[in-house]
Ligand binder design. Structure first.
Ligand SMILES: [Cu+2]
Length: 338
């Protein structure tokens, strides 16, 4: 389930995060005040610092004259009363969308290299990003015109890929980012509050599974880089729940033809803290081992440093494709928060 929530916390003094990781880095910001911007989906290596790196799909864009590919994608800022145009380009190599009956469409994984754009929280014509009918095949693009009303409320929202069949693969794998609507007519916001520095904080988890059969048949005993799943070399449809399942259940010959690599050397730099390991018994023959890492702006346990007696507003987005989070401060006496 995809969840969104936003709330603001203000506190003073110092340091969020007991482990003292690197300073939090916010996504790049692209302002769309009547402007047009191009975002391209490409294969990239997602490097989660000190934890793991692997090949996945991510959003690429021009930044100071250079192409940048990042997870999360850039934060898109709309201003009310203006238009913003997003040209979503699919730079992936792979098969076009296949035609399958609607009834099974969302139940199985397919079209790994087909994408589109879906937004949350914008009060615009819903046909602009109609996820059922608008698709972007590999090598093509689509321009989405967003007309933000004059009376649009302010807030933090988000966008992600949403072509049915590849949503889990692509959102879980990194195709998501924040949207911010900055209103010019926000009479409800106390001016003192409006002046507080804010940070965009995006929560996301990455999960890798391995599947083991106790009968000793061809097992998926490595933690598969299932995000690199590609439709060229293997049949496009498997009636199984996740693409990792598909990879795990292929016969060895098929698996060797796929482009996926086992994930190795998890967390060698930071130790086991970064990885949550769990075993789930499916039946007497099959169990899964899963390794998960929980991220903030794609960083593992980053730190936010605040000057003493300063307020900070955290704009928190849950971009996890599977779960919700219970948030708390480790040491409630350090900061005052609301
Ligand atoms: Cu969504």
């Amino acid at each position: 389930m995809l969840l969104f929530f936003l709330f603001s916390i203000a506190f003073f003094v110092n340091v969020l995060g007991q482990y003292g990781g690197n300073e939090l880095v916010e996504p790049d910001v692209i302002e769309l005040n009547g402007n047009y911007t191009t975002i391209t989906v490409k294969k990239c290596v997602w490097n989660i610092e000190n934890v793991v790196n692997f090949t996945t799909r991510c959003y690429c864009y021009q930044w100071k004259g250079v192409e940048k590919c990042t997870v999360p994608g850039p934060t898109l800022v709309f201003t009310n009363g203006t238009d913003g145009y997003i040209n979503m380009s699919n730079g992936l190599v792979g098969s076009n969308a296949i035609s399958i009956p609607d009834i099974v469409e969302s139940m199985i994984s397919h079209d790994p290299d087909v994408t589109n754009l879906h937004t949350h929280g914008l009060h615009v014509d819903p046909s602009v990003d109609d996820i059922i009918d608008i698709l972007i095949n590999p090598g093509t693009s689509k321009t989405y015109p967003f007309q933000i009303p004059h009376d649009h409320y302010p807030g933090l929202h988000w966008y992600h890929a949403h072509w049915h069949g590849s949503v889990s693969l692509q959102v879980h794998g990194g195709l998501f980012g924040a949207i911010s609507v900055n209103t010019q007519h926000n009479a409800s916001l106390d001016p003192a509050f409006a002046e507080i520095t804010s940070r965009v904080v995006i929560l996301h988890a990455v999960h890798f599974n391995s599947k083991v059969r106790t009968d000793g048949s061809c097992n998926c005993s490595d933690y598969a880089d299932w995000f690199d799943y590609h439709s060229v070399n293997i049949s496009a449809i498997f009636r199984l729940t996740t693409i990792c399942d598909q990879w795990c259940d292929m016969i060895c010959a098929q698996r060797n033809q796929s482009e996926q690599e086992p994930i190795q050397n998890f967390s060698s730099a930071v130790g086991s803290d970064a990885i949550f390991t769990q075993t789930t018994q499916i039946d007497s023959q099959i169990f899964y081992n899963s390794k998960s890492t929980f991220l903030v702006n794609s960083q593992y346990q980053p730190t936010i440093t605040i000057d003493k007696n300063q307020w900070l507003r955290l704009r928190i987005l849950n971009a996890d494709s599977q779960g919700s989070y219970l948030l708390q401060f480790n040491n409630k006496s350090i900061c005052e928060y609301h």
